[in-house]
Write a protein that binds this ligand. Sequence first.
Ligand SMILES: [Fe+2]
Ligand SMILES: [Fe+2]
Length: 151
Amino acid sequence: MTNLSDLPLAAICEDHRDLVEEVDRLARICQRPASSCRCTECPTVVHEACEASLSETTAKMLQLMLEHFEREDELMLRLPRTRAAIQHCEAHRHAHVEFSARYNKLVSTWHHADVASCIRACRDFMRDWIHQHALRFDAELMSLASQAARA
Ligand SMILES: [Fe+2]
Ligand SMILES: [Fe+2]
């Protein structure tokens, strides 16, 4: 029997909540209605403050994501090596690597003159990614971990 009694399941759920909060914070950077803001209409001082908040928030979000992936990886390493677990871990790790590549690409292609569009693009990407990933991979990981803890 595998000792999985101290699995970081609660910490992983907390990470998910923190990440969603961070995405909400990102969405609030731009004070004007998301669909109508054009950065060219904002005073320079407002625009610069938005740009600084965007850089800070996206850096923090990436850091939270990477720490979260490490925590999930630690959990995956502790699963019994069943066929289902091996297949899951391979696909799940691949999804995490793919996230980092897509996120870095998104951030690197931003044009700083249009912070409002960057915010919208990042917010939509993060919301979709977290939602889809959590429903598929994280839910499966939790289920495998719970099964192992009960075995
Ligand atoms: Fe995950
Ligand atoms: Fe996750």
